[in-house]
Design a protein around this ligand. Structure first.
Ligand code: PLP
Length: 428
């Protein structure tokens, strides 16, 4: 696959063989986009060819990924092709007839981050690096630890020492060297960056490494491919697909935003598909932030591109970021698709967890539930129409953060092991 990099700030173009991370002119802010030759991709593959693939993972999209030989370099762990549920009951609760949940908690390390780590580990193998490092609130690290274990590559991972226990357990179990940073995610990020420069480690840091967004874009490919078949392929859709005309884009996608790399990835995937002519409309991207970690929302609201750091505090640890590392692109993603940013409170985030579980049977960690809490708010504010096709990204599994779930789960009833005790308990 031939491609080159382009700075998101100045548009200067770079050769991936000589530039590894960011635009040299802009330092760590100079996040790079990956630019493809779409004519070559169109000649090599088609929606129909991909839809006939038996590879039910992100690697079905290898022709749209920045790897030389994905069949050779992809770590052997099944990432992606997560279910897209038509959530009829939950949708009806909100007066929406076409609400879909993309359950990315179904990835091997139980979060969306596996998409990015899979592509970064594959690239690391192609580059022949010896060690990979990353900073993380927990999920990106767990994903890197898992994918690196699949490829038998060593990792050093920096997380805030306050990260949820389950996420730290994942890092340790997969065999990473774990640095529990006495500080927040942003401090872990800066330390990891400094360490990778000092020791020459390959750095997966979100957005700083240009391949994270390229892995994350696969969720958009899946959404548009799966929507073309969901809930059941109608003859008309099959015929359309059979003629290779393309997939189906939703009207809106709701996703929670911390660093802004997932929303940037979703946008990149949609732009790839639009450039290829495989979708005929651009969905509106709806970025949801916690009220206590809303730097992108603030910038969007102010109508600028200037990201002002915040002191992030939220129960949704995965979207807690003082400085969103992909902030500029994340603001553009919403602005240029005609979407919106919304903020939700920690109470709204926690309240969304049992609703998702009880009305749609998806158990989400707080950051995933935040996207749904944002949808509830958008419906209340009249921002969405009842017949729109809406996808809500559930980005991480609820077992990642049992402590938060237990705050809103209710309580079990302790009883003696007798029918009498049970009868009594059932009356209360
Ligand atoms: C990382 C993460 C997010 C946010 O992604 P950003 O790229 O930081 O905006 C949302 N939900 C979960 C579960 C995550 O792990």
């Amino acid at each position: 696959m031939t491609y080159h990099f382009k700075c998101t700030l100045c548009g200067e173009e770079y050769d991936p063989h000589t530039t590894r991370y960011v635009c040299p002119k802009h330092g760590d802010d100079g996040i790079l986009d990956t630019i493809y030759d779409y004519k070559r991709i169109a000649a090599a593959t088609s929606p129909q060819k991909i839809s006939n693939s038996r590879d039910y993972s992100i690697w079905r999209y290898a022709d749209l990924l920045p790897l030389n030989d994905a069949a050779e370099s992809a770590p052997p762990l099944a990432v992606g092709w997560t279910p897209l549920y038509h959530a009829k009951t939950l949708g009806a609760d909100l007066g929406l007839s076409h609400l879909y949940l993309k359950d990315d908690g179904r990835n091997p390390t139980a979060s969306f981050k596996d998409r990015a780590s899979a592509v970064v580990v594959a690239k690391a193998r192609e580059l022949g690096v010896e060690l990979i490092t990353t900073a993380s609130t927990g999920n990106a690290g767990a994903a890197l630890a898992g994918l690196a274990a699949a490829a038998q590559m060593p990792t050093i991972i920096f997380v805030p020492e306050t990260a949820p226990q389950a996420k730290i357990a994942q890092l340790l179990i997969f065999g990473s060297r774990v640095m529990l940073v006495k500080g927040n995610y942003d401090q872990a990020f800066d330390l990891c960056l400094a360490a990778s420069k000092e020791f020459g480690w390959y750095c997966r840091n979100t957005a700083y490494n240009p391949y994270t967004v390229e892995g994350k874009k696969t969720a958009s490919f899946e959404i548009c491919e799966q929507l073309a078949l969901t809930p059941f392929p109608s003859p008309a859709k099959l015929e359309r697909g059979a003629r290779g005309e393309g997939w189906r884009a939703p009207d809106r996608i709701f996703v929670s935003v911390g660093d802004g790399n997932i929303i940037s990835g979703l946008w990149k995937g949609l732009r790839d598909l639009a450039a290829l002519g495989w979708i005929d409309k651009m969905p509106k991207l709806m970025g949801i932030q916690a009220e206590g970690s809303a730097a992108c929302y603030n910038t969007w609201k102010a109508g600028t591109e200037k990201i002002t750091p915040v002191n992030a505090v939220t129960v949704a640890d995965s979207i807690s970021a003082d400085i969103p590392r992909d902030g500029v692109r994340a603001v553009r993603a919403v602005r240029e698709t005609g979407g919106a940013y919304l903020t939700v409170t920690d109470d709204e985030i926690l309240a969304a967890i049992p609703v998702l579980a009880r009305r749609a049977a998806v158990f989400s960690e707080p950051a995933g539930a935040a996207a749904y809490a944002g949808l509830v708010k958008a419906v209340k504010q009249g921002l969405v129409k009842s017949d729109e096709t809406i996808v809500c990204m559930i980005t991480g599994n609820g077992l990642k953060d049992v402590k938060s779930a237990m705050q809103v789960a209710g309580e079990g009833i302790h009883i003696e092991p007798t029918l009498e005790a049970l009868r009594k308990a059932m009356k209360t």
